[in-house]
Design a protein around this ligand. Structure first.
Ligand code: GRG
Length: 305
């Protein structure tokens, strides 16, 4: 069991807890998969699942779950399912046919550490793995099959054409072309925002939150998802590869439109802060007011990596 209370905690403490708990789940899945899949593909799956992410999405799942009154440690599995979808997206995003990058999470991208066909297969394999991780967590949580069905729709729609894949599609199609602000928001609501929104909603669903709380968590997640991407764009333009663990300045190299470029760095930073405040305003007056969600919202727009 985990604490029911949402006592004030720093974002750093929340993220450290999310990393510890999610990484443990992912490494146990990686071990099982290395036996089931075997060989080089099994090793590459372990490499991708074991790569050290910040686990922001996992922390949001756990914080939203607690905010909605959830108390079971099996929520770690839902967090791991979201991070598995996120990991697949990073493996594929780094491929030569997409952002063509060599560095991710401070180490070689999966196709660099292994090879292109292996990384492509691993990315695809991670999608059904995410479904299995989610179902396993739902069974342990003891949610009804209706709730599990709703959670699966939420997660995989967020990862699909109306969400992450659709946003990435628009992003790739727009390379070398200047997007206006409305187009940019559409790209990032899908590419980055949808999974972050889903993280918050899944936490609420797992705790059997009512419609008002789920709507509030969705609205919170939607705003904080776009804010996350604005902060990401600012970091890409202003930080170093060493600090980020991925290649800095990649957006400019790929001639991508970014918030930093469309609005300027100072205005982009201010916009991220404005969206974080607006995100929190959606929780007001609901049972989901949460110091942890507030700490994570603040972290998302002030982080340095
Ligand atoms: C087939 C068109 C098509 C798409 C496939 C590859 C893909 C799906 C989608 C790309 C989604 C993507 C990579 C979005 C970027 C999101 C983002 C800002 C990632 C960085 O997140 P962090 O900082 O990373 O949380 P860590 O490493 O800490 O987990």
């Amino acid at each position: 069991m985990i604490s029911t209370s949402d006592a004030p905690a720093t974002a750093e403490a929340l993220l450290a807890e999310a990393r510890r708990r999610t990484d443990a789940r992912l490494s146990s899945w990686a071990e099982r998969l290395s036996v089931r899949v075997g060989g080089r593909d099994g090793a590459a799956l372990g490499y991708a699942l074991g790569s050290p992410g910040k686990r922001v999405r996992a922390a949001l799942v756990i914080a939203a779950y607690r905010a909605a009154g959830g108390t079971s440690s099996a929520i770690d599995g839902v967090a791991a399912a979201v991070e598995t979808v996120h990991t697949y997206s990073l493996v594929h995003d780094d491929l030569p046919c997409m952002d063509d990058d060599d560095l991710r999470r401070g180490r070689a991208t999966t196709h660099r550490a292994f090879d292109l066909p292996t990384a492509t297969r691993v990315g695809f394999l991670l999608v059904p793995v995410a479904a299995e991780v989610l179902c396993d967590a739902a069974l342990t949580l003891g949610v009804t099959s209706d709730v599990l069905g709703g959670m699966a729709v939420e997660l995989f729609q967020a990862g699909g054409v109306e969400g992450m894949v659709g946003g990435q599609w628009l992003d790739l199609e727009a390379e070398g072309r200047r997007l206006d602000l409305a187009e940019l928001i559409a790209v990032h609501r899908g590419k980055t925002g949808a999974l972050i929104r889903a993280s918050c909603v899944l936490g609420g669903m797992a705790a059997s939150a009512g419609p008002r709380e789920l709507d509030a968590l969705a609205a919170f997640g939607e705003e904080i998802g776009v804010a996350f991407q604005i902060a990401d764009d600012v970091l890409d333009a202003t930080s170093t590869s060493e600090a980020l663990g991925k290649t800095a300045g990649r957006d400019e190299a790929l001639h991508k439109s970014t918030y930093a470029q469309v609005m300027g760095v100072a205005r982009a930073r201010a916009e991220a802060l404005r969206l974080a405040a607006r995100a929190l305003s959606h929780l007001e007056g609901t049972a989901c007011v949460s110091p942890s969600l507030a700490a994570l919202a603040n972290y998302i727009v002030t982080r340095s990596s």
